[in-house]
Design a protein around this ligand. Structure first.
Ligand code: WQD
Length: 339
C-alpha cells in the first residue's frame, strides 16, 4: 500500500488518478486550490469510491499549509504532482503566471518533500516537450525542448530539467516524469470527466459540445497536412489508462530520474475523432475546415515500449471507448449541472 499526496487531485487527471489509487488499495491525500476543478469533484470521488479522501484546498505553493496537512495526515511515501496551469493559448497571453505557478509549485513541493523525507515523486509532464520534432513515434531518448511553441510546454520541459538536476544531487530521490499525449474520455460512472472552464481548446471537449448541441460545428484546423486524410494526427489516451499509469509509476518508484511516455502508440486524425464520437453518440457531427492553427504540428504519437518495459503498463482502452465514456459523462454531467 502506497500513501500518496496527490496535488491537483480534484482536476480532470487528478480525480481519475485518485480513484485509480483507491481501486489499487492505496491511500491518497488531495491538495488542490480548485482553480481548474469542479467544486463537486471531491464529493463525487467519495460518491464513486465510498471513501472520503482528506483534502486540503490551497495553492500548492503554500508550503506551511501543505506541511501542516502532512503533519496531520501523513506520513506519505510518494507525491504525484499534477497541480499546474495547462491551457496552451492562455500560457501565451500570461507567460509570467505560467512560469510562476508551474515552476514555483514544483520548487515549493520539493522543499516540502525534503522536510518530510519523501523521496518518490511522479510528475505530470507532457508530449509537448517533443516540440516541433517530426520524428515519430516519439521516444523518450529523443532530443526534447526544441521548437516548443508556448510557455505551457516550456514549463514542462524546464521542470523536467530541474527534476533531472535535483535527482542527480540526491541519490535517495526517485523521480518519474510522465509525458502525457492527449488525455480524453471519462470515468465509466459518468460522474466525473473533463469539464473545462469557458471555451475549451482541446479537440474532444469541443466535439462533445457540438454533439450535445452547445456548439454548431467543429472547426477543423487544416486538412492539408501530410497525413492519411490531411488533418492533424495525435495519440488520444483514455484518462482511465493514464490514471493507472500514474499508479504504476508511484508503485515502481524507479530510481534516479526517468521520463516515460503515457500514450496508446495508436495515431488518430481529427476526422477519426469526429467519426468515432459521432458513432458513440449516434449522431452526425457537423464540421467545417479552416486554416491551420499556428503552432500545431502535423503528427504526434508515442513510442510506448519504455512504459511497457519499465512500468509493465500499457493502454488498454481505444478511442471508441473514450468517446463512449465521454458521451456518457456529457449526458450525465448535464443532469448533474442542472441538479
Ligand atoms: C488536437 C488536434 C488540432 C481543436 C494539447 C496541448 C498538450 C496536451 C494535449 C496537456 C490538432 C485539432 C483542435 C479544434 C481542431 N495538453 N483541433 N479543431 O494541440 O495536440 O495538445 O492538448 O498536456 O499540451 O498542447 O491538442 O486537442 O488542441 O488538438 O482541428 O477545435 O485537433 O489542430 O491537430 P494538442 P488539441
Amino acid at each position: 500500500m502506497v500513501r500518496v499526496l496527490l496535488t491537483g487531485g480534484a482536476g480532470f487527471i487528478g480525480s481519475h488518478t485518485a480513484l485509480a489509487l483507491l481501486e489499487a488499495g492505496h491511500s491518497p491525500l488531495i491538495v488542490d486550490d480548485l482553480s481548474n476543478a469542479h467544486p463537486d469533484s471531491i464529493s463525487r470521488i467519495a460518491q464513486i469510491s465510498g471513501v472520503a479522501i482528506p483534502a486540503l484546498i490551497v495553492d500548492v505553493r503554500d508550503e506551511a499549509a501543505v506541511s501542516g496537512f502532512l503533519q496531520e495526515h501523513g506520513p506519505v511515501d510518494a507525491v504525484i504532482h499534477l497541480a499546474g496551469l495547462k491551457a496552451v493559448g492562455e500560457s501565451v497571453a500570461q507567460p509570467e503566471r505560467y512560469y510562476d505557478v508551474n515552476i514555483g509549485s514544483t520548487l515549493a513541493l520539493l522543499r516540502v518533500m525534503k522536510k518530510h523525507e519523501i523521496h518518490n515523486l511522479v510528475f505530470s509532464s507532457s508530449a509537448t516537450v517533443y516540440g516541433a520534432s517530426e520524428n515519430v513515434p516519439h521516444a523518450e531518448d529523443a532530443h526534447v525542448g526544441h521548437g516548443i511553441s508556448n510557455p505551457y510546454g516550456k514549463t514542462k520541459h524546464m521542470i523536467e530539467e530541474i527534476l533531472r538536476d535535483v535527482s542527480a544531487a540526491d541519490e535517495q530521490l526517485r523521480i518519474t516524469a510522465l509525458r502525457y499525449f492527449n488525455p480524453v474520455g471519462a470515468h465509466p460512472s459518468g460522474l466525473i470527466g473533463e469539464d473545462p472552464r469557458g471555451v475549451p481548446n482541446n479537440l474532444m471537449p469541443i466535439v462533445a459540445r457540438v454533439a450535445s448541441g452547445a456548439l454548431d460545428s467543429v472547426v477543423v484546423f487544416g486538412d492539408d497536412y501530410p497525413t492519411s486524410d490531411g488533418t492533424g494526427v495525435r495519440d488520444y489516451i483514455h484518462v482511465q489508462d493514464l490514471a493507472q499509469g500514474h499508479v504504476r509509476a508511484a508503485e515502481r518508484a524507479l530510481p534516479g530520474f526517468e521520463a516515460i511516455n503515457l500514450g496508446t502508440g495508436v495515431p488518430a486524425s481529427v476526422l477519426d475523432v469526429i467519426r468515432e464520437y459521432g458513432a458513440a453518440a449516434g449522431l452526425n457531427i457537423p464540421y467545417r475546415v479552416a486554416k491551420r492553427r499556428p503552432g500545431d504540428i502535423a503528427v504526434s504519437y508515442a513510442d510506448v515500449s519504455k512504459a511497457r518495459a519499465v512500468l509493465d503498463w500499457q493502454a488498454k482502452r481505444t478511442l471508441a471507448d473514450a468517446c463512449r465514456d465521454d458521451w456518457a459523462w456529457q449526458q450525465n454531467g448535464a443532469k448533474l449541472r442542472q441538479a
